[in-house]
Design a protein. Structure first.
Length: 199
């Protein structure tokens, strides 16, 4: 993340996203595929790290191998053609009121307890003889019936490393020569991870 100053002198926390150039590797139509979509590929990759099937797929679009391939559902048959390059300036027209949605995979945090994972308060202060159980989940609430813990109960477990969609991030600035998109706030994932930006 970084920060920029707006016209009023306020410091705005921002995230810089490199959003291109993306190459059109396939255009799906209702007549042929049953739905309309465009497939975009991004980030150069060596041929030795690309499967033979994907190599043939990229050769049809007359482009070099890419790491990330994503489909966007919409009818772009009149605007885009196989092998076209899509840049930031083609998609985003800088407007102070422009907003985007960002989809990514959140940071993996491993196995976490209920305080970190669900915001539990623990068992409280120094009372009832507690001295080393401050972050424990407490009673489960089950007695002789049903003699089990109900499924779906908020307990300790795996946290993070899941698909997250952040809605309505304001576009602060666009740098078209470097295909950079600067949005207000944070996006899911660690530095250098892939995200999907929806207009």
């Amino acid at each position: 993340m970084t920060s920029v100053f707006d016209d009023d002198g306020k410091n705005i926390p921002c995230t810089v996203i490199e959003a291109g150039p993306c190459v059109v590797t396939q255009i799906r139509t209702v007549e042929k595929d049953g739905y309309a979509a465009v497939q975009l590929a991004y980030d150069e990759q060596k041929e030795k790290h690309t499967s033979s099937g994907m190599m043939g797929h990229f050769k049809k679009a007359q482009t070099t191998p890419k790491r990330k391939v994503v489909e966007f559902p919409a009818d772009y048959t009149k605007e885009l053609h196989l092998g076209d390059t899509v840049t930031v300036s083609d998609v985003f027209v800088h407007d102070p009121l422009e907003w985007v949605d960002v989809i990514g995979t959140s940071k993996g945090k491993g196995f976490q307890g209920v305080v970190k994972r669900h915001g539990f308060g623990g068992v409280g202060g120094q009372t009832h003889g507690q001295h080393n159980r401050l972050r424990a989940p407490g009673s489960m609430g089950a007695s002789s019936w049903p003699s089990r813990v109900f499924k779906g109960k908020r307990l300790a477990g795996h946290m993070g490393n899941e698909r997250v969609k952040i809605l309505n991030l304001k576009v602060v600035k666009i740098i078209p020569e470097n295909n950079l998109l600067i949005v207000k706030g944070s996006v899911p994932g660690c530095k250098g991870s892939y995200v999907i930006v929806e207009d």
